[in-house]
Ligand binder design. Structure first.
Ligand SMILES: O=C(O)CCC(=O)C(=O)O
Length: 293
């Protein structure tokens, strides 16, 4: 029998998956798994109607915004790749379908119930499209928190699959890596680039593939399934070697212990809200309060 390579899919565990108990509420088992592992998968969060709204948002984005590249709207095409990797943020400000999902769907209630928070703010939306054959578009191991001008523990990334995603192109997570609470250095998704003012005092992310004492989790997904992870949970993703698109819409929310961090590094998303002060509330036009319970 051939030896199984370190970091190969066969060595990975599975992200624990749950059905929500209702459209607006996750159950106690999902909350316990999220706290322990730093990531869970919620099956069937968005139905076909909401998925159609998101696709409509992508169509409008491609028609109206795609040509205007900026730090909030990036396209990377690796040498020899057939397709490119596109990612864009803060789309809700200009495109109605994304605003509709955030403000009119059950998403804030459902994800807020996982966070056990008395308040929920929108942080940002994030569209990721790995076109067929963008083989070199590897997402490096990182913590979302490294890029954030935010302090606190109740920050979550709710990443909804818009396509069938087999484990070959699925996200990978280091189980429980949010628990120590440390924040590591921001690494850029575009190889060779660096954030202005990078906080060098923060350690570089560990080389998880070469470590024996970590458990890597992954999970195949269907359109409408949502991975939810903590902003300190390390994750990565392979390039897209398949002959079809791998797209996701991620919604990022902040709970009641989150405050503004006036950091020297350029944040990603490249926005700092309006009139925020270090250690104070994040509620403003750019990071609106969506719910208080
Ligand atoms: O879709 C990917 O490959 C990366 C997603 C990711 O790392 C993120 O949303 O933070």
């Amino acid at each position: 029998m051939a030896a199984v390579e370190k970091g190969a899919l066969e060595t990975m565990g599975t992200v624990q998956a749950f059905q929500a108990v209702s459209k607006t509420q996750v159950g106690p088992e999902a909350i316990a798994a999220y706290k322990r592992d730093g990531v869970i998968c919620l099956r069937g969060v968005f139905d076909e109607d909401w998925l159609a709204v998101m696709e409509n948002g992508i169509d409008l984005f491609m028609e109206q915004e795609a040509a205007r590249e900026s730090a909030a709207n990036v396209v990377v095409k690796g040498e020899g790749d057939d397709g490119s990797f596109r990612y864009a943020t803060m789309m809700w400000k200009t495109l109605e379908p994304f605003r509709h999902v955030i403000f009119d769907s059950h998403a804030p209630d459902l994800f807020g119930s996982l966070l056990e928070t008395a308040r929920l703010n929108l942080y940002y939306d994030f569209l990721l499209i790995k076109q067929a054959g963008c083989r070199s578009a590897v997402t490096p191991w990182h913590q979302d928190h490294s890029y954030y001008c935010m302090n606190g523990t109740k920050l979550i990334n709710c990443w909804t699959a818009l396509d069938h995603i087999p484990t070959e192109t699925a996200l990978r997570f280091v189980k429980g890596s949010h628990l120590p609470g440390d924040v590591f250095r921001a690494v850029h998704f575009s190889p060779g680039e660096e954030y202005a003012g990078t906080i060098k005092e923060r350690p570089l992310p560990p080389d998880f593939e070469s470590m024996d004492d970590v458990e890597i989790l992954t999970c195949a997904m269907e359109p409408g399934d949502t991975l939810v992870w903590n902003s300190r949970t390390f994750h990565s993703a392979p390039g897209n070697h398949l002959d079809r698109r791998r797209a996701a819409l991620s919604l990022n929310f902040a709970g009641d212990d989150v405050t503004y961090l006036d950091m020297p590094q350029d944040p990603d998303p490249p926005v700092r809200g309006e009139g925020l002060v270090d250690g104070g509330t994040i509620t403003c036009e750019t990071f609106p309060l969506l719910r208080s319970w």
